[in-house]
Design a protein around this ligand. Structure first.
Ligand SMILES: C[S@@+](CC[C@H](N)C(=O)[O-])C[C@H]1O[C@@H](n2cnc3c(N)ncnc32)[C@H](O)[C@@H]1O
Length: 267
């Protein structure tokens, strides 16, 4: 099992409501593209809600995800609609050029090993006037140092966990917003919406970890962010997740830096 295909749709479906909501909010920033129809590329489709929404708005949707479980869920949710879903990691994107009115990817880039080539392929795939809509996390400037993902990687690589996580090392990466924007501009797009740092605190209560909040945070991260490691660790998953969450709060890194960028291929 690779780090990316461990995502299970039935687990993710329990925690995906905020993701879907914010994805729809980001899409609403794509000018009048949503009214135009045509082809819509959904990269990292998860359980398929965005693909379904786009198809219901009249788009022909091409959706992909690295996880077969997610692709199956998307096919089920979108049955009868103009949605073609296939297993394809973003690293292997091979989209036809100048085809799509919208290329959208929410909460996926930070799972992608290398984003330069996938971003350029998304940009090239837009028809004139088409939009790319991106949201991801871990977008803080490099100068800020490693955030939660760095702490996760450090703990997963420590002697206590390294052997147990041999096939499930964390696959999250940090991509600063300005670097992503530079690639898009270099690929010929103009940025129409730039939110480089939407800070999201893990806890609403303050900088320290409130023990009463730990069970819910643990549940959420086992189902999504740390799902691969949780699956590999079985009975010891809670211990690992708690260790990471405690370290994140102790290091005052319990803030996720999301970014949202919308860019357009000039008509
Ligand atoms: C947090 S979910 C987001 C799903 C969906 N975009 C949403 O907003 O609900 C992350 C998704 O990225 C997928 N994924 C992880 N690594 C990927 C990769 N390298 N290429 C494509 N998809 C990937 C996972 O399988 C999962 O469906």
């Amino acid at each position: 099992m690779t780090a990316t295909n461990a995502w299970l749709a039935e687990d993710y479906a329990q925690v995906n409501t905020p993701h879907v909501k914010t994805a729809l909010a980001a899409l609403s920033l794509a000018g009048d593209a949503l009214e135009q129809g045509g082809a819509f590329a959904e990269i990292g489709c998860g359980t398929g809600e965005i693909a379904r929404t786009a198809a219901e708005r009249g788009f022909d949707v091409w959706a992909c995800d690295a996880s077969p479980s997610m692709v199956d869920a998307t096919r089920r949710l979108c049955a009868g609609l103009s949605v073609h879903a296939e297993v394809c990691p973003a690293e292997k994107l091979d989209l036809p050029q100048e085809r799509f009115t919208v290329a959208h990817s929410s909460w996926v880039l930070h799972w992608v090993t290398e984003v330069d080539a996938p971003l350029r392929r998304m940009a090239r795939a837009l028809r004139p006037g088409g939009y790319v809509v991106l949201q991801w996390t871990g977008a803080q400037p490099r100068g800020d140092g490693p955030g939660m993902f760095g702490i996760l990687r450090e703990i997963a690589g420590s002697p206590k966990w390294k052997g147990l996580l041999a096939g499930a090392q964390p696959a999250m990466h940090e991509y600063p917003a300005e670097e992503v924007a530079e690639v898009l501009v270099d690929a010929g797009l103009e940025i129409t919406h730039y939110e480089p740092e939407i800070v999201h605190a893990l806890s609403a209560k303050g900088p320290g970890l409130d023990p009463a909040e730990l069970p819910e945070l643990r549940r959420r991260y086992k189902l999504a962010g740390f799902a691969t490691q949780a699956a590999a660790l079985g009975e010891r998953a809670d211990e690992f997740v708690d260790e990471v969450l405690r370290a994140v709060f102790e290091a005052d890194r319990a803030r996720l830096h999301h970014a949202r960028i919308v860019a357009r291929r000039p008509a």
